[in-house]
Design a protein around this ligand. Structure first.
Ligand SMILES: *[C@@H]1O[C@H](CO)[C@@H](O)[C@H](O)[C@H]1NC(C)=O
Ligand SMILES: *[C@@H]1O[C@H](CO)[C@@H](O)[C@H](O)[C@H]1NC(C)=O
Ligand SMILES: *[C@@H]1O[C@H](CO)[C@@H](O)[C@H](O)[C@H]1NC(C)=O
Ligand SMILES: *[C@@H]1O[C@H](CO)[C@@H](O)[C@H](O)[C@H]1NC(C)=O
Length: 533
C-alpha cells in the first residue's frame, strides 16, 4: 500500500469536497418568511418582491447578484392606504388583509420600476413606481373598481402593460384567470377572461406573466391534490389575451427540499445574464412561515419549461450555484439604529410622529390600550430559522406610570416580556397567552395574564427571545439580563398557534404602549439577531 498515494487520494477528495460545498447552495435560500415571490433581473441585479399582509411598510424588496444570497433594501409600498383606520390600528385592525401576491417589473421604455397589487380589505389595486428601486416609491395610480387578485405584470416589447390576475372563488374547478391591459395613465383598460380551470386542474391563482422568445406564458399555482402543492403553466398561441390553449404541469407533489416543510409552489422564474433559467418557489412551514427555495429550469424544443429535479425526482435540497457567489449584507447582525433598515416592518401603519432615531430607536407610546394587538408602533422582525435570538438593550428611564415596553413573539397569538411601570415601581412581567380569534376576523379574544413578575431597578435592561422553528411548531423562550452578559430565563414558553389559514409566520415584536396616558417613551439602544442551526 503506497501511503503517499492514498494521502494524495484523500487530498484530492478534500479539495473536491471544499470546492463542491463552495459551489453548492442548500435550501432555503433565505431562512425567513418571504412568500408569494416575484423575481426579476435588471442587468446584473436580481430583485425579489414578497407579500407581507398587514405589516408596513409593505411589499418588501430584496436584491441579489447570484440568486442565493439576498439582502433587504426597500419596500415598494411605503404605507398601506392610510384612509382605512383598520390599516392604522385606529381602534380596529386588518390582520391577514393587505398585501397578498403582488408583482414587480422594470419598464426600460420609461426607466421605471412598477409594483402592482390589490390590497385585500379594500377591493382596490394600487400601482407604485420608482426610478431607483431603493426608492422613493410613489403612488402612480389607484384602480378603485378592480382588485387584481394575485397579479402578475407583463411589460410587452413595445412598453405596453398587461396584468394577469384571478379572483378568489370557493369552488376550485370554477377558478378563472383574466388579463387586463392598462392605459398609459395606469388605469384599467380592457380585460378578458383567458382561462377557466376544470375538475382536472382544480384551484388556480398566483399569476406570473411572461413573454419569452415571443410567446406569452401565465405561471399559476395549482392546488390540485391538496392545498399547498402544484404549479402549472399556460401558453398562448396568440397574443397577451391568448388563446391560452395549452398548459403543462410544472410541479405536483415535488418532495420536501427543507426537511419538515411542504412541497414547493407558486413564485416566479428569471433568467441569468448567461441565459440560464431559475425558479424561486416557496414551501409552507407554518407556523414559522413560508420559505423560498430555488431550482434550475430547462426548456424543451416546444417551449415548455420543466424543473431540474434531483435523483429522487424531487425538488433538490442542494443545487450548484447559478452564478459566481456574491455576498450580501448578513441577515443576522447587531443594529444600533443609525437608520431603520428594511429588514424591519411595523405591525400595521405606524404613527410616524411617535418614533425617532436618537442614539437608538426612541419609541414614544402611540396608543393607550390594554390590547397588544391594537397597540401601534410595534416594530417587528421575522424569526430566522431554524433557531434564532433577538436581544434588545432597553433604556426605560422615561416611562410613565401604566406604560408597558418590551419584547414579544407573536403570530395570531402572542407572549411577551414587558418592563411595566406602575406607581409603586417598575417590574419585569411575562404576559402569557394573548390571542386573536381565528374563526371570526382576527380580533383579540384573550388579553393574556401575568405569569411571572419581578421588580426591576435602574434604567436599563436587556431582553431576549429565542424562537425555535421545529417544522410544524414554533417554540419561543424569554430571558433578561441586567448587564448584557448573563441572561436568566424568565416566564413561560410561547407556542405559535397554527389552527387556521393565517398567511404570515411568527415574528419578534418590540413594543411600547400606554395603559393610562400618553407621554412616556423608551429607547432601544441596540437590537441584535443571531441565527443558529
Ligand atoms: C443596463 O445596462 C445598460 C447597458 O450597460 C445600460 O445602458 C442601462 O442603463 C442599464 N439599466 C439599468 C436600469 O441600470
Ligand atoms: C429562445 O430562443 C433562442 C434562439 O432560438 C434559444 O437559444 C433559447 O434557448 C430560447 N429560450 C427559451 C427560454 O426558450
Ligand atoms: C405594584 O403593586 C401591584 C399591585 O399591588 C403589584 O402587583 C406589583 O407587583 C407592584 N409592583 C412593584 C414593582 O412592586
Ligand atoms: C440553536 O443554534 C445554536 C447554534 O447553531 C445551537 O448551538 C443550539 O443548540 C440551537 N438550539 C436549539 C434549541 O436547537
Amino acid at each position: 500500500m503506497d501511503i503517499m498515494c492514498s494521502f494524495a487520494h484523500i487530498a484530492v477528495f478534500l479539495v473536491f469536497a471544499v470546492v463542491n460545498s463552495q459551489n453548492t447552495f442548500t435550501q432555503p435560500i433565505i431562512w425567513q418568511d418571504l412568500a408569494d415571490i416575484d423575481v426579476i433581473r435588471v442587468n446584473e441585479t436580481f430583485y425579489y418582491s414578497a407579500s407581507n399582509m398587514h405589516f408596513s411598510p409593505s411589499a418588501p424588496l430584496l436584491r441579489s447578484w447570484d440568486l442565493v444570497n439576498w439582502e433587504f433594501f426597500a419596500h415598494s409600498l411605503p404605507t398601506l392606504d392610510k384612509d382605512y383606520p383598520k390599516f392604522n390600528l385606529e381602534g380596529t385592525s386588518a390582520y391577514n388583509q393587505g398585501v397578498y401576491a403582488s408583482s414587480i417589473a422594470y419598464n426600460s421604455h420609461k426607466g421605471l420600476y412598477y409594483w402592482v397589487g390589490c390590497l385585500v380589505g379594500t377591493d382596490k389595486t394600487y400601482i407604485y413606481t420608482a426610478r431607483d428601486p431603493q426608492g422613493p416609491w410613489e403612488e402612480a395610480s389607484v384602480i378603485s373598481d378592480y382588485c387584481y387578485y394575485d397579479d402578475g405584470i407583463l411589460i410587452d416589447d413595445d412598453g405596453a402593460m398587461y396584468v394577469a390576475y384571478g379572483k378568489w372563488v370557493p369552488n376550485g374547478a370554477d377558478a378563472k384567470i383574466w388579463v387586463a391591459r392598462l392605459t398609459d395613465d395606469l388605469q384599467h383598460d380592457v380585460a378578458e377572461e383567458v382561462f377557466q380551470s376544470d375538475e382536472e386542474i382544480q384551484y388556480i391563482e398566483g399569476a406570473r406573466f411572461y413573454k419569452i422568445n415571443g410567446t406569452y406564458y401565465i405561471w399559476l399555482v395549482n392546488h390540485h391534490s391538496e392545498f399547498g402543492q402544484g404549479q402549472i403553466v399556460l401558453k398562448s398561441s396568440g397574443g397577451p389575451f391568448g388563446p391560452y390553449d395549452s398548459w403543462r404541469r410544472v410541479l405536483g407533489s415535488s418532495g420536501n427540499p427543507i426537511p419538515g416543510a411542504g412541497s414547493p409552489l407558486q413564485g416566479g422564474i428569471v433568467d441569468t445574464p448567461n441565459g440560464d433559467w431559475w425558479y424561486i418557489a416557496f414551501v409552507d412551514m407554518w407556523p414559522a412561515g413560508r420559505y423560498p427555495v430555488l431550482a434550475p429550469i430547462i426548456w424543451d424544443d416546444d417551449g415548455w419549461p420543466s424543473v431540474v429535479f434531483d435523483g429522487e425526482n424531487n425538488w433538490g435540497s442542494n443545487y450548484p450555484y447559478p452564478l459566481v457567489k456574491h455576498e450580501t449584507k448578513p441577515l443576522a447582525r447587531k443594529d444600533d439604529f443609525s437608520e431603520l433598515g428594511s429588514q424591519y416592518e411595523w405591525n400595521h401603519n405606524p404613527d410616524n410622529s411617535k418614533w425617532s432615531l436618537e442614539e437608538g430607536l426612541k419609541l414614544q407610546t402611540a396608543t393607550v390600550t390594554d390590547d397588544f394587538f391594537l397597540a401601534r408602533n410595534t416594530l417587528t422582525h421575522r424569526i430566522l430559522g431554524p433557531n434564532s435570538t433577538l436581544t434588545i438593550e432597553l433604556d426605560f428611564s422615561s416611562m410613565k406610570d401604566g406604560d408597558m415596553a418590551g419584547l414579544a413573539v407573536f403570530r395570531y397569538n402572542a407572549d411577551l416580556i414587558s418592563v411595566t411601570k406602575e406607581e409603586n415601581g417598575t417590574s419585569l412581567q411575562m404576559i402569557h397567552n394573548i390571542a386573536m380569534d381565528a374563526t371570526d376576523g382576527w380580533h383579540t379574544v384573550e388579553k393574556g395574564e401575568v405569569v411571572a413578575s419581578k421588580p426591576l431597578y435602574g434604567s436599563r435592561t436587556w431582553l431576549r427571545a429565542q424562537a425555535i422553528n421545529a417544522g410544524n411548531q414554533v417554540v419561543a423562550t424569554f430571558s433578561y439580563s441586567t448587564d448584557g452578559i448573563d441572561f436568566l430565563p424568565f416566564g413561560d414558553t410561547h407556542h405559535s398557534l397554527n389552527g387556521a389559514v393565517y398567511f404570515l409566520g411568527t415574528r419578534y415584536g418590540v413594543f411600547n404602549y400606554a395603559t393610562n396616558e400618553f407621554g412616556g417613551s423608551v429607547t432601544i439602544k441596540s437590537l441584535e439577531i443571531t441565527q443558529g442551526e
